[in-house]
Ligand binder design. Sequence first.
Ligand code: PGA
Length: 256
Amino acid sequence: MTTSRKLVAGNWKMNLLREEALALTAEIKGMMTTDVSSACQIILFPPFVHLTSIVQLCSDNTRIAVGAQDCSEFSFGAYTGQVSAEMIKSCGATHVLIGHSERRALCAESNEMVRMKIQQALKSGLTPVLCIGESLAQRENGLAFSTVNHQLEEGLFSLPATDVAKVIIAYEPVWAIGTGLSATPEQAQEMHAYIRGQIAKHIGDKAAAFSSILYGGSCTPENAPSLFSKPDIDGGLIGGASLKSRPFIDIVKAIG
Ligand code: PGA
């Protein structure tokens, strides 16, 4: 992949059987050639069991990266059902989602676990995509910025600056995920600028200017152009709309 900040990622969550996943990948691959300008980069995040096949399918396309939706906070051992960062890397994947709000809520992932997972990912040579974002109650109580800052402080900023610089951030307000209620471009830009400012405090303005900060939460082909036109929104992490090639590619096209 290039070092451009701009990218769109598809988080397939626990969807798509093997044949469906392969068919969707083949469609996306074709459309990346026919429909999308050569500068655009994407990352696909399929379920673990499809990783190797999709890596193979995309191996001849340098604009499509493949990642896992989670990794263990441990290197190896008696952790039934878990998958290590090194295993993911050995399948040919290059990225890993860490701290998605569904894992924080359903699997009780703490910021401490998130930090350990980021360390495992970096140690294995994977690029972590760290998901952060506030709940509706936190936003309504004026706690959106302090919540996001707390997630960054505990989950990321105790790592060395050189590591922080390697992490992609996905700002995903929990109230916008899967609800059809996206943040407005102004709300998202305000938070993205804040996040970039916090990163700058830790790694400097110049390095922070290279950090990719993606928006996630009910992103669609309709709202993507106005979201991506904001200066600190570098692309999107797409859930529901990434499960079909046409809407996903239309969102990719919105990054220009
Ligand atoms: P959504 O999911 O686009 O379906 O809201 C985004 C995500 O959870 O990453």
